[in-house]
Design a protein around this ligand. Sequence first.
Ligand SMILES: Cc1cc2nc3c(=O)[nH]c(=O)nc-3n(C[C@H](O)[C@H](O)[C@H](O)COP(=O)(O)OP(=O)(O)OC[C@H]3O[C@@H](n4cnc5c(N)ncnc54)[C@H](O)[C@@H]3O)c2cc1C
Length: 323
Amino acid sequence: MDILVILEGANGAIHRISKEAVAAAQALGKDLNQKVSVLVFGKNSDNLSKEAASFKVDEVLLVEDDNLKSYSADAYAETVKQIVEKESPKFVLTGYSYLVRDFFPKVSARLQKPLITDVTGYKVEGSKTLFTKQVLHGKLTVDIETKVDGPVLVGFQSAAYSLDNLEKGSAKIRTAEVTLDSAQLKTTSEEPFQEESGGVDLTSADKIVSIGRGIGKEENIPMINDLAAALKAEIGASRPIVDSGWLPNSHQVGSSGQSVTPNLYLALGISGAIQHVVGMKGSKNIVAINRDPDAPIFEVADYGVVGDILEIVPKLTEALKNQ
Ligand SMILES: Cc1cc2nc3c(=O)[nH]c(=O)nc-3n(C[C@H](O)[C@H](O)[C@H](O)COP(=O)(O)OP(=O)(O)OC[C@H]3O[C@@H](n4cnc5c(N)ncnc54)[C@H](O)[C@@H]3O)c2cc1C
C-alpha cells in the first residue's frame, strides 16, 4: 500500500477535514505515482464507506467492530496501528481535527513512527517528500523531511486543501479485521458535543465582514453590524472575539471555526495568524484594514489599507449608504 488516508465520521457523513485530506492524498498520489487507499472504521459504517467509495481512490478499507461504536482514543489508535502494520503504507494522512489530535499521537507512539502535525502542504524534491508547516506562531514556515523507514504520519491543517479539488470516482470496498481486546481499552467518551443551533452559516456567504481583536471592545460591534448591513454581508470573527463571548462560536473563521470562500472577505483588525488564514485564504477578494503595516494579513490580502478601523469603518458605512 502507498498512501492511506484515515477518515473520520461526523453526523453520519465524512468530516469535511477528512475529505480535504483525501484531496491532499489524491494530489500527492499523482505527484509520486502512488495509489491512494482510505480507511473507514466504526460500527454500522455503511453510509461512511459508501461515501468514501465515491471518491477517486484505489480502495476503501472498512473495519467494523463493536468496540468502535463510539469514540475511544484507545480503540481508534489501536485500530489504525493494526491496519498500518498489516498494510504497510508509505504515508498515513489525515485531517488534523480535534478528535484526530486526541488519538493520532498514540498511533505515532505505538508504531514508533514520526508524526508531522498541522501540515499545510508538501513538496516533492527528487526522491524526497517534504511536508510544510508553520512554526513559532506562524513567523516561520518549515519543510520537514523524515529519515525513517516505514510510514510517515501526517495531520493536515483544516482548509490546507480545498474540497473543490476532491476528485470523484468509484472505489471498491474491502473489509479488514482488527483484534480489539475490550479489557485493553481504558478510555471511553461522553456524548459528542452539540454545536448550538441557529448559528450563522458563513460557508455559503457571498460577503463577510470579519472582525479581530483590533475592534478593541464589545461596544464597538454595533459599528460592524451597520457596515455588514450596508454591504449585505455576514459577520465573521477571529477566535479571540468568540473566546471573549462577543460573538457566538458559529461566527469564528479559521482552523477551529468555519472555512469560508466568499466573493469578498473584509478583515478588520485581524493580524493574520495561520489558524485564521487557513479558514479564509480561499476567499475570492480579500481586503484587510490594519493599523500595523507589517501585519501578516497583508500577505494574503488582495487590497490592504493601513489605518484605524475605528475611524475608517463609520466612514465606509456612510459612503456605502450614500451610494
Ligand atoms: C489550536 C488553535 C486553534 C486556533 N483556531 C483559530 C481559529 O479558528 N480562528 C482564529 O481566528 N484564530 C484561531 N487561533 C488563534 C490564533 O492563533 C490567533 O491568536 C488569532 O487568530 C488572533 O486573532 P486576532 O487577529 O483577532 O488578534 P491579534 O493577533 O491580537 O491581532 C489584532 C490585530 O488588530 C490590529 N489592530 C489593533 N487595533 C486596531 C485598529 N484600531 N485598527 C486597525 N487594526 C488594529 C493589530 O495591528 C493586530 O494586527 C487558534 C489558535 C490555536 C492554538
